[in-house]
Design a protein around this ligand. Structure first.
Ligand code: ADP
Ligand code: ZN
Ligand code: ZN
Length: 728
């Protein structure tokens, strides 16, 4: 008999001890059912052997081992253990959270063909100990012994109380769904590679340098303006890995970006087995694809952040596209950076990882400057000219629903030339606030410290934080004034204005409101590609990665607020966003034009955007960060807390700050503050920042700190540790 330590989906930072006959290290990574509380849970064996804290006989036995299922891959387990330690999140929740949901349940199968069988517990048990009243339970067990595995439907038909007996026997671990044998790898397929364009000198240099590191770990930062041909470089590298029988993992920040890259991969590698993994996939299908990756059958895996944990036995290369994108960082639960974990995984597996971007995160760029990442640059666009980017000084101008005369002119010209335009405004709705000029009232959300956004069409006021909705009031509730003003601009208002200015133009608005339906975004993207649209209005959903061949004009409105934001990353985000959106223009033959409306046309940030000079921008911002002691020159951890009462949040964070300061580590513990949006959906939010120039010291500090965060003060709040936070 041996001790096994099992990861369970339970919010406690430990593994759970069970005993198991004939357990060997072979079983590490095996899925099991174990008794827990009054029921059963699915878990994963992470350790075998070691000294139990109580006598082994007093520890409960494992109820069932899914012997024939493949074991979790060692490198994935290693990555998960790191993630649990580094992001300070319970190991069981990390491990189980990364598995397809179907595998996290005890009722593992919804499939009608699935059969139930006696477990090891039942086979080892003395059935005469069952209470005499358990007639039906005994009948089911006898049936299974006599006839072998059968469907739950059949078992349930063996008596009027049989359904309950099935549930009880499952809960006690006497019966379980039979596992299916995993399908054997289908072997490595031959690959045809459709021909791509012949590479530019820059591309060839980058591809060759990176290819020379196949078979060992190197982190590459591939920096090149939008349209410089980074994807082409990925494709070349992927071709080499596939030809050698390897698997490739491609991480993309957003589900919306997968179809485009996916279709490029399919065109180039028509007979590769490609699997995509993202949150939009139904659970059983997700499991199927995950298994295809795990068995080695799929050789190309493209996915959003969770895909970083997918088992890939023949992994040869990892690509992280748009590596700077904030959505590569999970913002709840395990707050991990899929990019950073991808680099670590590549290191564990001794394969190269390519981080690609036109505007890398300053963290990655600083690492490249310091020589920890290899920098590879593509200059200029591969097959078209960079657009000309110009600022429109809006000081003293009369704008028409946010549109300047210069932009309206340019739109008219583009329309007359039969080309497409995009007006970018990163706010949905009609107007961000409904104002009373008589008394200064503006429609507030009753549950958040935020204003309600006016949405036309439905004539509703909506909160963009909590979803609260109410009808538009016709009179100011404060002073009775009947003349309320819609202040500021959103996508609907711009669309409305454009419809009046250009009645014959075909308009399309793309934001979260118009793309709620599944596939809506994909259909809209198709319309743009099919040239069924003249003017697009959209938020950042449109800015990223899309290749719209006929788009030649981009107008940007209302982005100045980032210049005076308190978020030290605001400039970095704005630079990336403007570069991305400008990069949509003129990707084919016709030259592109970008107009940025601003009240600060002389601002160095806009200057750098105009010259598409990432290096100059990065140098400027890095100097500021070094001066101020901000990341990447310091490392941060944010303790976030929320509760219905402000006082509970303050008390908890105050306590945490005092304890933290007393622990004697070389870290700076800042004063607790309210979150920028202090209340959301009736919950008060605050945080406490801890910073250090040493990552290790900061980690040791958090290890020592967290045990103090479970006392009396903690009971009234929900708190979370956010390591390397991206948003305050
Ligand atoms: P990025 O990923 O940097 O935005 P892409 O790889 O998507 O750039 O390339 C942008 C456009 O240029 C695409 O239409 C692509 O087909 C084309 N392209 C890329 N490399 C070449 C090349 N070497 N010759 C001709 N066209 C190219
Ligand atoms: Zn008023
Ligand atoms: Zn709200």
């Amino acid at each position: 008999m041996q001790l096994v330590r099992v990861a369970l989906d339970v919010p406690l930072p430990t593994l759970f001890d069970y005993r198991l006959d004939r357990a060997t290290r072979e079983l590490i990574g095996a899925r099991v059912l174990v008794p827990f509380g009054r029921g059963q849970r699915a878990g994963l064996i992470l350790e075998v052997g070691g000294e139990p804290e109580v006598a082994l006989e007093r520890i409960k036995p494992v109820a069932h081992v899914f012997e024939r299922e493949p074991r979790a891959a060692p490198d994935v387990l290693r990555l998960m253990r790191f993630a649990s330690r580094y992001y300070h999140y319970p190991i069981g929740q990390v491990v189980m959270g990364a598995l397809p949901q179907v595998l996290r349940r005890i009722h593992a199968s919804r499939d009608a063909q699935a059969r139930m069988a006696l477990t090891a517990v039942a086979l080892a048990a003395d059935w005469s100990t069952l209470p005499p009243r358990a007639v039906v339970r005994r009948r089911l067990l006898e049936h299974l012994r006599a006839h072998g595995p059968c469907t739950p439907a059949l078992l349930r038909s063996l008596g009027s109380t049989a359904p309950r007996a099935v549930r009880d026997l499952m809960a006690e671990g006497w019966i379980a769904f039979e596992e299916r044998p995993s399908h054997a790898p289908d072997g490595i397929l031959p690959h045809t590679v459709a021909s791509g364009p012949s590479l530019t000198t820059d591309q060839a240099k980058a591809a060759d340098a990176i290819a020379a590191t196949l078979g060992r770990f190197t982190a590459w930062l591939l920096l090149g303006v939008t349209g410089s041909g980074k994807t082409e470089v990925y494709l070349q590298l992927i071709a080499r890995v596939l030809a050698n029988g390897g698997q490739v993992l491609v991480l993309v920040p957003e589900i919306n970006l997968t179809p485009q890259l996916q279709s490029r991969l399919i065109t180039r590698f028509p007979d590769a087995v490609l699997a995509s993994l993202h949150s939009g996939i139904p659970e059983t299908e997700r499991l199927r694809r995950w298994r295809a990756a795990e068995s080695g059958q799929a050789n190309l895996l493209i996915g959003t952040r969770l895909a970083v944990f997918t088992p890939l036995p023949r992994l040869g290369l990892i690509v992280v596209d748009e590596e700077h994108d904030a959505s590569l960082k999970q913002q709840e639960g395990l707050r991990y950076s899929a990019r950073d974990l991808a680099v670590l995984r590549a290191k564990h597996r001794q394969v190269p990882v390519v981080l690609g971007s036109a505007t890398p995160s300053l963290e990655s760029y600083a690492k490249a400057l310091a020589g920890r990442y290899q920098l590879s640059q593509l200059s200029g666009r591969a097959s078209s000219q960079l657009p000309s980017i110009r600022c429109v000084d809006t000081r003293g101008l009369r704008l028409r629903d946010g549109l300047s005369p210069a932009l309206i002119d340019a739109l008219a010209r583009t329309l007359a030339a039969g080309e497409q335009s995009l007006v970018f405004i990163n706010r949905r709705g009609y107007a961000p606030t409904l104002l009373c000029f008589a008394c200064g009232w503006s429609a507030p959300c009753p549950r958040c410290s935020a204003r309600l956004v006016l949405h036309l069409g439905a004539a509703r006021l909506r909160c963009h934080y909590c979803g609260h909705e109410e009808p538009v009031t016709s009179a100011c509730p404060n002073c009775g004034n009947l003349d309320l003003t819609a202040a500021g601009h959103g996508t609907q208002r711009v669309e409305h204005a454009l419809a009046q200015l250009f009645p014959a133009a075909r308009l399309l608005r793309i934001d979260r409101d118009t793309t709620r339906r599944r596939l809506a975004f994909e259909q809209m993207r198709q319309r743009v590609q099919d040239d069924d649209v003249d003017i697009l209005v959209g938020t950042q959903m449109l800015a990223k990665g899309h290749d719209f061949p006929r788009l030649t004009l981009v107008g940007v409105i209302d982005t100045d607020s980032a210049l005076y934001s308190t978020d030290f990353r605001a400039a970095e985000k704005l630079f990336a966003q403007l570069t991305q959106v400008a990069g949509r223009a003129g990707r084919r033959d016709a030259a592109g034009e970008v107009l940025i409306q601003t009240q600060f046309p002389g601002h160095p940030l806009y200057h750098a955007v105009q010259h598409q000079d990432f290096a100059a921008f990065a140098q400027m911002v890095l100097a500021e960060r070094r001066e101020a002691g901000f990341p990447p020159y310091a490392h941060q951890v944010l303790l976030r807390a929320e509760a219905p009462q402000r006082e509970a949040v303050d008390r908890f964070l105050g306590h945490a700050a005092r304890v933290g300061a007393r622990l004697g580590f070389r870290v700076d513990v800042y004063d607790p503050v309210s979150a920028p949006v202090a209340r959301i959906a009736g919950r008060e939010r605050g945080h406490l920042l801890v910073q250090s120039t040493s990552r290790d010291e900061l980690q040791r500090f958090v290890d020592a700190w967290t045990p103090h965060l479970s006392g009396r003060e903690a009971r009234r709040v929900r708190w979370a540790m956010d390591v390397d936070p991206l948003d305050l």
